[in-house]
Design a protein around this ligand. Structure first.
Ligand code: SF4
Ligand code: SF4
Length: 61
């Protein structure tokens, strides 16, 4: 099964917590980017980003 990470930009503040908690390198974030970027492939569906996002701005399917 392939997992996909998706951002709801209207709810995202760009805080970067999701990228910090992803242990699989599936979320890229730097201070130059307004929002994190999902990287295709490495997501394992662990849901850490969904659980830790304070703004419910991440969807993993
Ligand atoms: S944790 Fe949530 S609000 Fe923060 S950058 Fe990630 S998706 Fe956006
Ligand atoms: S579900 Fe887990 S592996 Fe996938 S992007 Fe979120 S934290 Fe990373």
């Amino acid at each position: 099964m392939t997992w996909a990470w998706r951002l709801l930009e209207e709810d995202c503040t760009g805080c970067g917590i999701c990228a910090d908690v992803c242990l699989y390198g599936a979320i890229e974030h730097s201070s130059e980017q307004p929002y994190p970027l999902g990287i295709e492939g490495p997501c394992t569906g662990c849901m850490a980003c969904v659980e830790e996002c304070p703004f419910d701005a991440v969807v993993v399917t």
